[in-house]
Design a protein around this ligand. Structure first.
Ligand code: GAL
Length: 667
């Protein structure tokens, strides 16, 4: 499993942890006059800040002209922070190239799918595959690394910033060249590529490598295999940049751990962070709360996945927001209690650092309405008071530093490629949403009071009594075997509609759906029956599907029908099935989108066979999320009130949105 490769030197040598939870923010002093810096460090101390990420967008100041450096101000900030006991996660400052670089080398500018050039004037306007950009970025990285190698404030390196956030998909000629090399390495021969991509369709057969392009805008549907490989390539291309900067840093400062901030979150679909985990010394993540009632559970889902991408080891919450962001359609502030709740929910899922974007809310620039730890209103504000209270709280629970996630007995699988592929156009419906389906099953488990791990589909399933695989669309031969093994070894597999339908080239498994999983599920589906808006499909149990249903035409002798369609063309046909395998294992198939309540019904029906699905009494009928971190003989139990009402969990009285932490012996 890729995540086992995560070195996590942070924890191994204790250089960042040192028994304290890290608390801080992106710090952008270059946006402020010198006298403000003194107030900054004073207030940072008041809040308990012990780390900042520095220099993220400073390239134009550090290298004002090609090869001409100005480090004076950064030296001063580094010294000032150190003098106040604040450590630095120093950025390589390569996230946003300076105007002179784009002017002298417009060939670094990324190109959109339709040929649009992304000009300077914002940020991240560089091609991941540009040799010119790479050369300049690595020169800056090396210069910084050598200059600050021995600075006492330096505790970690922060490569670039949110790599691929705006420039992941680049369709330029540089990208075309790099894509061809990537494809040649993957397929070896054009015959193999033509076969994988099914290029006999629409006269797409390639006779030479240089005929292949990125999937640029085209008259109609583009080749699905080409698109999937371009998505993989793009994720790898940005990862290659991470590796290149990390190599420079490791060479210059072998003892300083290197990280970069991932974006494991619902609004970032396109980077396969599971594959990146081995390239950082510790995993860092940025997460921004989704507004509305779904936000808390959504945060828990992605924090849970981040913890498992980090292999269960502690990780670093590099960015979240104290209150509002400024990049959604409507950006409400956080409600009372949410600042602390969100931070502690991340900690519960394994974060040993709670950091924000950003320390001081900007006065100018595109993000001036984005909250910070220190808002426009100044220190006399609700947000800053909450920040100070949180800093205090983190000091009180610092004993959890280094504790690992305690493995659950139920796993929800997550797979980036299934996310990429399942929602494409050219499918039976454009209404499918992989992330919605995955979160639905996670929420059903939370409602049932069951602790579950969200794990990459490539992770080991060992030790999980129940494996839930929502819309696991892309299944290759190896994954097929691993999923079947769950049910064949006396455990329980639950999977849902549109799973197992295509192989790793996005080619359909033949013989009926759900293709790769047909055998273990003991059923055969002949047709998908997507639902038109306003025409839901009812099930006999009372559950209702609004997006998807299927015609299951064959059910094996060892398969029971747990629910049927009621009314409409599918009246009486199986909707939910369960195969019982020798050895006590089961394989459940849910052919429609049943929502949280419907999913809960399916899980309840399995509880007799799968004790792992029994409710934890501390979960107070699903109103509390129970999360656990362990270290030696100690368990740190987090009880997170999911509701806006007071809730009693065992002998703990939780205020609305409160997260309580109880430390107790493990056995
Ligand atoms: C992140 C980014 C930060 C800031 C923040 C605002 O994507 O890394 O620099 O832009 O979002 O939410």
């Amino acid at each position: 499993m890729t995540t086992d490769a995560t070195k996590n030197r942070w924890v191994k040598n204790g250089s960042l942890g040192e028994g304290k939870l890290r608390f801080g923010a992106d710090y952008n002093p270059e946006q402020w006059p010198r006298e403000v810096w003194d107030e900054d460090v004073r207030l940072m101390r008041e809040a308990g800040v012990n780390i900042v990420s520095l220099g993220i967008f400073s390239w134009a100041l550090l290298e004002p002209r090609p090869g001409e450096w100005d480090f004076g101000w950064l030296d001063e900030v580094m010294d000032l922070l150190h003098a106040h006991g604040i450590d630095v996660d120093l950025a390589t400052a390569t996230a946003s190239p300076p105007p002179w670089l784009a002017k002298n080398h417009p060939e670094i500018l990324p190109v959109g799918v339709d040929g649009t050039v992304f000009w300077p004037g914002s940020r991240q306007h560089w091609r991941p595959t540009s040799p010119v950009f790479r050369e300049h970025a690595l020169r800056l990285t090396r210069t910084l690394a050598e200059r600050y190698a021995d600075h006492p404030a330096l505790v970690a390196w922060h490569v670039s910033n949110e790599l691929g956030c705006h420039n992941l998909y680049d369709y330029s000629d540089d990208a075309a060249r790099a894509f061809r090399l990537w494809l040649a390495a993957r397929y070896g021969t054009l015959d193999a590529l033509n076969d994988a991509w099914g290029t006999a369709f629409w006269s797409q057969r390639y006779g030479a490598w240089d005929e292949i392009l990125p999937p640029r805008i085209a008259p109609t549907l583009r080749n699905p295999g080409q698109r999937l490989d371009f998505e993989r390539f793009s994720s790898d291309a940005v990862r290659d940049h991470l590796r290149a900067e990390a190599a420079v840093l490791h060479e210059a400062t072998p003892d300083v751990p290197v990280t970069t901030n991932f974006m494991v979150a619902q609004n970032v679909r396109d980077i396969d962070y599971v594959s990146w985990a081995g390239d950082v010394d510790f995993v860092s993540n940025d997460h921004y709360l989704r507004p509305g009632p779904i936000g808390r559970d959504d945060l828990s889902f992605w924090a849970n996945l981040t913890g498992n991408i980090a292999g269960g080891r502690p990780w670093f919450l590099m960015e979240h927001a104290t209150s509002a962001v400024n990049w959604r359609e409507v950006n409400p502030p956080k409600r009372p209690g949410e600042l602390v709740r969100d931070a502690l929910t991340h900690v519960a899922h394994g974060a040993d650092a709670v950091c924000y974007f950003q320390w001081r809310q900007s006065r100018a620039g595109g993000e001036r309405y984005h909250s910070g730890m220190l808002p426009h209103a100044g220190a006399d504000s609700r947000v800053f008071r909450d920040v100070v209270a949180l800093g205090q709280r983190l000091q009180e629970i610092a004993g959890i530093t280094g504790a690992l996630r305690e493995r659950a007995r139920v796993a929800v699988l997550f797979d980036y490629e299934s996310w990429w592929v399942s929602g494409r156009e050219g499918h039976p419906t454009e209404g499918l949403a992989y992330d919605v389906e995955a979160l639905t099953w996670y929420r059903a488990l939370l409602d049932a009071g069951v602790r579950a791990d969200v794990i990459p589909a490539s992770a080991s399933f060992d030790g999980y009594e129940v494996v839930v695989a929502p819309m696991l669309h892309v299944v290759d031969e190896a994954l097929r075997g691993r999923l079947a093994a769950v049910a064949e070894s006396g455990r329980h597999l639950v999977t849902t509609y549109f799973s197992g339908v295509v192989d790793e080239y996005d080619r359909v498994w033949l013989g009926g759906y759900p293709g790769a999983l047909r055998e273990v599920l003991g059923i055969r589906v002949e047709e998908f029956v997507p639902l038109l808006a306003g025409s839901p499909a009812a099930l006999a149990s009372g559950a209702e599907a609004t997006v998807w249903s299927e015609r299951i035409v064959h059910v094996g002798d060892d398969v029971e029908v747990l629910d049927t369609y009621a009314g409409g063309d599918l009246d009486g046909a199986p909707a939910v099935t369960r195969r019982r395998l020798p050895g006590g294992g089961t394989a459940t198939y849910v052919s429609a989108d049943l929502g949280v309540a419907g999913a809960g019904g399916v899980l309840r029906a399995l509880t007799a066979e799968a004790p792992a699905l029994a409710a934890d009494p501390l979960a107070a009928d699903g109103r509390v999320e129970v999360i656990s971190r362990v270290q030696g003989d100690t368990r740190h139990l987090f009880l997170a009130n999911r509701t806006d009402e007071p809730v009693r969990a065992g002998d703990v009285e939780l205020a609305p949105r409160e997260v309580a932490v109880r430390t107790q012996p493990r056995h």
